[in-house]
Design a protein around this ligand. Structure first.
Ligand SMILES: [Zn+2]
Ligand SMILES: [Zn+2]
Length: 169
């Protein structure tokens, strides 16, 4: 999505609306995917050759709960406020050939606002590490079992023994 500045008059405000293709390579480090396009609605104004664009970004992301791996939908709704420069310095967004391309700025804004922890609900209990059941739906016996019945109890003893070994005489 880009803004064409050839006909833009300085200090005049224009509305703009459009969509940007969701780029899933952004999220290679996480299990996230765009569900459809990113939408932008806002306005722009040209001042002394620089373009300021303000508005709102909306997008939908498909993700998984960090604890129980259930599918989670994340609705992104972000204020957008960026300046595109006629003579851009390093790290600034540039106007090139009378055009300002919004895609990269939109991606960066979204990336910065992805929650660090994605949960299906705040108190998600996750998955039992021993039997793999979803603890939100089941109460498994893995933790409440007494050590006698728990096949993993013997492992606990070995680990504990090793830890204490050095201090015992
Ligand atoms: Zn969950
Ligand atoms: Zn279990």
């Amino acid at each position: 999505m880009h803004i064409d500045l050839l006909k833009a008059v300085e200090n005049e405000q224009y509305s703009i609306e459009g969509s940007i293709k969701g780029d899933n390579t952004l999220f290679e480090y996480r299990n996230l995917k765009f569900d459809g396009d990113i939408n932008f609605k806002g306005s722009y104004i040209l001042r002394k050759g620089d373009l300021s664009v303000i508005g709102e970004l909306t997008a939908k992301l498909d993700a998984q709960c960090d604890r129980c791996l259930k599918d989670v939908e994340i609705n992104i709704k972000l204020p957008f406020n960026e300046t595109f420069h006629a003579n851009a310095d390093k790290g600034e967004y540039a106007i090139e050939n009378n055009k300002a391309v919004l895609d990269e700025a939109a991606y960066q804004n979204i990336l910065l606002n992805i929650p660090s922890k994605i949960l299906c609900k705040e108190d998600c209990k996750g998955i039992c590490a021993l039997c793999g059941c979803d603890l939100n739906n089941h109460d498994c016996d893995c933790r409440s079992d007494s050590d006698d019945n728990n096949p993993f109890a013997i492992l606990k003893n070995i680990v504990g023994g090793a830890k204490n070994g050095g201090t015992k005489k």
